[in-house]
Design a protein around this ligand. Structure first.
Ligand SMILES: NC(=O)c1ccc[n+]([C@@H]2O[C@H](COP(=O)([O-])OP(=O)(O)OC[C@H]3O[C@@H](n4cnc5c(N)ncnc54)[C@H](OP(=O)(O)O)[C@@H]3O)[C@@H](O)[C@H]2O)c1
Length: 302
């Protein structure tokens, strides 16, 4: 029987089965953030959590900070894992997946990848096994439990695997399950999104300094205003244009400022930024051989 999208029971499935472990490979920014979320929200007990990283100095400091085993020689733990989160850079995916396979990865172990631009079918083909794979695109506000993560499942993953993954990312913010076809767009919008917001906030804080405010005060005003505006959009469900109209007094200062933003083409600049990021995202997980085929094709006019 084909295992493709096989359904399991409707009972909630534990994130990690009894007696088994959860591993995190790559303890950089995202890996550490997710581990902290898992621990503080008691998604998994500390004793059942382990991590691996390439660099032994990173392992030592992360292990001290997180109070879990973090080792460069993590292979012996792989067969005990019911779930492994892959949090390395996209270019390191082939090496890490080969390491997991050669370390005795069980066929049932769920692999959750947060690698930007690396599709589930690429992970499956690099792995060469029929393990369930879930792809996730989180973002850095997960550090303050306000992350936005989107998940989708690969060929051998069941709905229950998506639920297990959602449980993990809900520990650090919101999580939605969306078709993989949208992942490059999502990577460009919410994955890269915090960086756009930081740049906009930095520019507005500069603007505050330009009109005479001390920098720290300007930054506080800008950041709290961004937080409040975001909360209003989410809490009211109203269109941002309607919320904007509410604060735009006839002949007032807000409409004067808004018109300057429109003159500066702020809408199309933001749309082009996301469009460009989505194009780059589509190439992040492509193997070097395929990249050169694409480049050759482009040179040949395809
Ligand atoms: N940061 C974001 O905003 C964000 C958002 C969404 C998704 N992501 C995705 O999340 C992933 C991780 O991003 P990040 O910012 O956390 O990266 P990062 O800080 O560079 O962390 C990756 C860690 O993995 C380690 N590593 C590399 N090769 C390894 C191997 N073979 N075995 C074990 N560990 C290995 C790295 O060690 P070295 O530094 O020594 O190489 C590093 O400590 C990326 O794929 C990215 O696309 C990031």
């Amino acid at each position: 029987m084909s295992k493709k999208h096989e359904q399991h029971s409707s009972q909630p499935v534990p994130v990690v089965a009894d007696g088994m472990t959860l591993g995190v490979v790559g303890v950089g920014v995202m890996g550490q953030t997710l581990i902290r979320g898992l621990l503080s929200n008691r998604v998994v007990e500390r004793e059942r959590l382990w991590a691996g990283d390439k660099n032994s100095a990173t392992c030592e400091s992360a292990s001290k900070e997180l109070e879990i085993p973090v080792e460069s020689d993590f292979q012996s733990r792989v067969p005990t894992a019911d779930l492994i989160l892959i949090c390395v850079k996209p270019a390191d995916a082939p090496m890490v997946l080969a390491t997991l396979r050669n370390a005795g990865l069980r066929r049932e172990t769920l692999l959750i990848s947060i690698l930007a631009g690396v599709a589930t079918d690429r992970i499956e083909s690099l792995l060469g096994t029929e393990n369930p794979v879930v792809r996730a695109m989180p973002n850095t506000p997960a550090v303050v439990n306000e992350g936005m993560t989107v998940v989708c499942r690969g060929t051998y993953a069941a709905k229950s695997d998506l639920e297990r993954a959602s449980h993990i990312f809900e520990a650090v913010g919101k999580c939605l399950s969306i078709d993989e076809v949208h992942f490059n767009a999502i990577t460009a919008l919410s994955g890269s999104g915090p960086a756009y917001q930081f740049l906009i906030m930095e520019a507005l804080a500069d603007a505050g300094v330009r009109v005479g405010l001390p920098r720290q005060l300007a930054l506080t005003l800008v950041a709290q205003t961004a937080l409040g505006a975001a909360r209003m959009v989410l809490a009211t469900g109203r269109h941002p244009a309607a919320l904007r109209d509410d604060v735009t007094t006839p002949a007032g200062c807000t409409i004067a400022g808004l018109l300057m933003l429109e003159d500066g083409k702020v809408r199309s600049v933001l749309a082009r930024a996301v469009e460009e990021a989505a194009k780059v995202s589509a190439h992040l997980g492509v193997s070097p051989a395929k990249m050169s085929e694409t480049a050759a094709g482009q040179r040949a006019g395809h």
